[in-house]
Design a binder for this molecule. Sequence first.
Ligand code: BGC
Length: 501
Amino acid sequence: MSTAVENGVSNGVNGVSNGVNGVSNGVNGLLEARRNGHAPAAHVHDRWDEQFLPPPLRIDDQARAQKINARLSDLILTGATLRRVGEVFEREIERGLKEQPSSLQMENTYIPELPDGTEEGLFLALDLGGTNFRVLLLELRGGELVKEDVKQYHISDALRVGPGQDLFNFLADCVLDFVRSEGMENEKLSLGFTFSFPMKQHSILSGELITWTKSFKCGGMEGVDVAALLQKCLRARNLDITVRVLLNDTTGTLVAGAHIDPSVGIGVILGTGSNGCYMERASRVQHWEAAHERVHDVCVDVEWGAFGDNGCLDFIRTDIDREVDAGSLLVASFTFEKYIGGKYLGDILRAALAALTAERLFPAAPKPNALATADLSMFEEESMRGSWECTQATLTSACGTPVSAADALVAQHVARVVSNRAAQLVSVCIATLLRRMDRPYVGVAVDGSVFRRHPRIARLMDKYIALLAPKHKFSLLAAEDGSGKGSALTAAIAARMAARQ
Ligand code: BGC
């Protein structure tokens, strides 16, 4: 592992590490055996498989540790299982691209090119996806960002689950407030709308919501073009603002990453929700509603949060996942996101501790919503330091009963198992995309609260991607604010393309 891992995660766009250099001897051994035409010896397989496993639980009471390991065993995925997940993912990708039934949307974003340093202009960017809505004003000169003003607006629970029209009126009111505060309410402006939900796109500036995810569930939005609705609400406020591009946060992340490093070809969000996009060969994409003769590559939004919604991944689903799904806002949808998204990791930890409690292996189940993903990260961070006091205090309050130091170690182990699985699964997706792209080297721009704040996840991903795609060089690049900067850059790319036509 390069030392950049330590530094790279939170400091803008920095290299996390080079996957291929990070490959351990087990995999090198396996490759060597393959190259020489020998079947790899069983122990080489074992060593490869072992590298995916979290370390065993270490507590004094070994009988208890054994029972806990047995209860959690379904959450631990071997290399062989991950390979199978990868094969299913690849099959779903193929189907999605051919518009055959698939749990992967494989949406054409209609973005055929990435920044080339000529991006110019003043752009508004809207970022909708989390509990806060952001409005940004960004100025690009010669591809460089020279000005950035941002304002955040809180979206109430009522708006997030109320009528869609109310939500969009609220968004337009926020834009009005923002341009007034900038003294620009009478100016003609172009806007990039980052809408971080699955869409059926018809062009670079139009698309219908397929389903809400995360903490949104607004009514009356079926078949509605979200860019057109936003445009209507802006016009109703006499704003001379034109929506130029509609994009997903992963696309923004890819574009923002490529702006810094032209080798970036994959954009990933590992935050409240999770998803990825990549540059696919245009010839492989069936869904086109516009002429595209000279387009070589196009950005495809995978929407991997829904992977497995058709049952194709049921072989990794545990009773704990079923419980988390049953308690979620959108039951039976976004199966994969519920294994890896920050909206759910804390609840998986809670449900796993409740499962241990049911077998008298833990003192008491944490109360509903008592553990968040930030707690899981804290447990992990504390366990990396070899302490447990904060974990113990958090559990005592979450469970409403005193929890011992040994119990805190158990909970830290559960946090590790849950985090490890999330890292493995997101790595399978990235490794599969790397193999599909088959380029000599690909930068993977990643953003999202889990990637930024979880103390271990970036390093685990780096390791697992390298194990799963050993022949493909990559770097994970922490890309900040793809939803904002990426939106403005994409709007500038759209303007460049329009001017050419
Ligand atoms: C959405 C994606 C989005 C991801 C990350 C998912 O719930 O479906 O469109 O990219 O969250 O924000």
